[in-house]
Design a protein around this ligand. Sequence first.
Ligand SMILES: *Cc1c(COP(=O)(O)O)cnc(C)c1O
Length: 452
Amino acid sequence: MGRVTTRYAELLEKNRRYLWNPFTQMKEYLDDEPVIVERGEGVKLIDVNGREYYDGNASVWLNVHGHNRRELNEAITEQLGKIAHSTLLGAANVPALELAERLVQLAPDGLNKVFYSDSGAEAVEIALKMAFLYWKHRGRPEKRLFLGMTNAYHGDTVGAVSVGGIDLFHASFDALLFETEKVPYPYTYRYPGSEEECVEACLEALRRKLEEKADVLAALIVEPIVQGAGGIITMPPGFLKAVSDLCKQYDVLWIADEVATGFGRTGRMFACEHEGVTPDLMALGKKITGGYLPVAATLATDEIYDAFYGDYAECKTFFHGHSYTGNPLGCAVALANLDLYEREDLITHVQEVAEHTARELARFYELPHVGDIRQRGLMIGIELVRDKETKEPYPWEEAIGVKVCRRARDLGLITRPLDNVITFLPPLAVRKEETTEMLSILYQAIAEVTGR
Ligand SMILES: *Cc1c(COP(=O)(O)O)cnc(C)c1O
């Protein structure tokens, strides 16, 4: 690390005294020299010591057009001149209405209603509650069980954790969670057989579960096309379509958690588009505001919305809401964000940069401890293994991913590992030359930490 200023030392002391960071072991964090960010410019973060870093994970999968984008800054200040916040509880505001229309126009056909919240986890919780009440209002209250996938991540509130499947994050909360069922996600690299066999086994497990429990199942929740926090695990083609068909066949709703994949991350506006499927409910968050402000949304079909529609005395009102639901500043910047997608043909850009990075990534296989590289669009995971032949993983205690990312930071790129998987999710507007530089840093960090 470069020169450490007095200002940095003072701020770190405040961190030590007052701030508890999320997903962070504070003892290790405070013993190290954490980055304290002051500014951002394009795909770079600049810390209080004046050091620049590439934002290699788009500030945890959020940033789209780079930091400090003039158009987005202006959208916020313009809205700020009118009003910062007004409620959606029994009222509406202009940007929330405009954005709802825009989202419905963009979303897969059939998702016609938008319910706002502030984070991806909330968007998921809302989808779960809607599915639960949908069956109740339809006179089938026994359909209240949720089905999730192994290795899934849907956020950190209690409901979202209940349908999650990452033991490291979720097991410690077990006693607190509601009951769910899990079916296997097709993690082909770790399946002892061919990709086809893996797909077949996973679909058969789902079919059996649906056959056995359709009477009591409300919905299946799935991260379409790529499982994110579980390790950037890509679905084989055709899998999602088969899942959607099975759910329809057995009359079980399915919820697409597009919080990570939505808004172009996988090279289509929504991951569901890769397979031409429409879920019954869709959770959105993260890039919806370009990574600027906390807005999330749950999209529902008319069929679900209509199940709640009636006279007040019918007791079908959806009693759920948050103070900042439909925040005008957030919705205004989300609209400006979507304008930029159009104006810059961002989805095509993502596809082009993704092809470029795929070529750059091919050489990572030369490294003796790179076991698998998974990519959809600009959602990339590099799985490190102790032994490439046997696919023996590094033991988690070795924290190999943490070490690689720490080294990458010294070399000028910030990203986070998911256990032994190094993630690379740059801001979508990243230029090809920038990804070349970013990947050469990652290559060097992996080579230095794991050996050539
Ligand atoms: C990040 C994420 C969430 C949670 O979103 P928050 O805004 O962090 O609550 C939910 N689902 C998926 C797939 C995610 O990647």
